[in-house]
Design a protein around this ligand. Structure first.
Ligand code: AMP
Length: 404
């Protein structure tokens, strides 16, 4: 079965086409036949379309502002031009969508119907930056591909098994009734890397206590016990928890009350401050990108040094919390842009946990492949795993539509 995966964001669309009939018996990730992206931030009034397939890559700037038209142009590169990999769009058997917020309603991937779309719409207030784009992507693909089954795979779903003590905020009880609770995000990635770590360790996921660290522009941790997420750092929104590229992560809510009272901040101003002007970018004053901040630190920037210091401090503190929720530790996994590429972060994050048997190799290097970076005789394995969210979505679609 050929599965088209769409990750629709507010400023970009990323797509892959997988052929699941191409064997992956050894648990390896299949390479997509084709991948493409739309960058809507390229320049006002236009979109940059990058497509690769059939050994070719094309980059085109199109004078489009309508997201549906952009997606149509992207899909055309599957059946036309240098990147053509299909004779007919009818060869596509299913479309898998990454949907950020499934609320309490969806604990598993679901086939999209009008009820599912309505629920995703109702959840927009909880994920205003993501769910509208996800819904728009679903509706556009329905128009482009007709009756092909569409599957929604939710970033919140993996966290839905957390116990009430982990997902409940200690506010008034009315919050429980209003759905103001921890939902957690990056679930597709946490679930994929936990399973991959178990496979690499040659162990059953059911027997393991794993701490998964998704450290990209957004950052979150998950405590995965026996394959079930029992705790996570992101919360009601993706703003909670760790310090991130542009986002503050957890701060004393009293700061917000102070800024509203003393400085007259509005909700929109606070939103911007916490989601766009904080984190690595806010503290370093140079960038949200760890590479740039680390370089500034090496060149002597005190602000960059402080930003990385706070990032590491908070990461360690939250890692400690996840270990407590797990009640033990068999493995730690680092993934996503920072997690896959930054020996400095691996080393400094793991240092305080040496007393638990978490020790790294003397020499640490980035690698193309997933790698175990723990010392040979360490009691806890430490993995750097390249997250494969698109592949995980394709597999979830196949499992739902063609159960074994
Ligand atoms: P993601 O959200 O997973 O795409 O991660 C994006 C972030 O990963 C960037 O903003 C960088 O901070 C970080 N990143 C990506 N590549 C590298 C690298 N080679 N070294 C260090 N950090 C990286």
């Amino acid at each position: 079965m050929k599965i088209f995966v769409l990750n629709a964001g507010s400023s970009s669309h990323k797509s892959c086409l997988f052929d699941l009939s191409q064997g992956n018996a050894d648990g390896q990730v299949a390479r997509p036949l084709w991948r493409a992206s739309l960058d809507w931030t390229h320049a006002e009034g236009s979109v940059e379309l990058t497509a690769s397939g059939a050994g070719e890559e094309t980059v085109t700037v199109l004078p489009l502002t309508d997201k549906g038209e952009g997606l149509e142009a992207m899909v055309e590169t599957l059946v036309q031009g240098q990147t053509q990999v299909l004779d007919d769009l009818a060869e596509i058997g299913a479309v898998g969508h990454r949907v950020v917020h499934g609320g309490c309603d969806y604990q598993q991937p679901v086939v999209v119907d009008s009820g599912v779309k309505e629920t995703i719409r109702q959840l927009i207030p909880l994920a205003p930056a993501h769910n509208p784009a996800n819904l728009q992507g679903i509706e556009a693909m329905e128009r482009i591909l007709g009756g092909v089954p569409q599957v929604a795979v939710f970033d919140t779903a993996f966290h839905s098994a957390m116990p009430p003590a982990a997902f409940t905020y200690p506010g008034p009880y009315a919050w429980v009734e209003q759905g103001i609770r921890r939902y957690g995000f990056h679930g597709i990635s946490h679930q994929y890397v936990a399973q991959r770590a178990a496979d690499l360790m040659g162990r059953d996921l059911e027997d393991l206590k794993l701490l998964t660290c998704h450290l990209g522009n957004g950052c979150s941790l998950a405590a995965v016990k026996g394959g079930v997420c029992v705790d996570t750092t992101m919360g009601f929104t993706p703003l909670d928890g760790l310090m991130m590229g542009n986002r503050s992560g957890s701060v004393d809510p009293g700061i917000l009350i102070y800024l509203m009272r003393q400085e007259g901040y509005s909700a929109d101003q606070l939103d911007r401050l916490l989601n766009k002007e904080s984190g690595l970018k806010g503290l370093s004053g140079v960038s949200n990108d760890m590479r740039v901040v680390a370089e500034a630190m090496e060149q002597g920037s005190d602000q960059a040094q402080l930003a990385i210091g706070v990032f590491i401090h908070r990461l360690r503190r939250e890692m400690g919390g996840m270990v407590a929720s797990l009640g033990g530790l068999d493995g730690v996994v680092f993934t996503a842009g920072i997690g896959e590429n930054t020996p400095l972060v691996w080393r400094r994050a793991c240092e305080p946990f040496e007393f638990l048997g978490l020790r790294l190799k003397a020499e640490l290097n980035r690698a193309q492949n997933d790698q175990d970076i723990a010392a040979a005789d360490a009691a806890v394995r430490v993995w750097v795993i390249h997250t494969q969210e698109e592949w995980a979505i394709a597999q979830a679609c196949a499992a739902l539509l063609q159960p074994a």
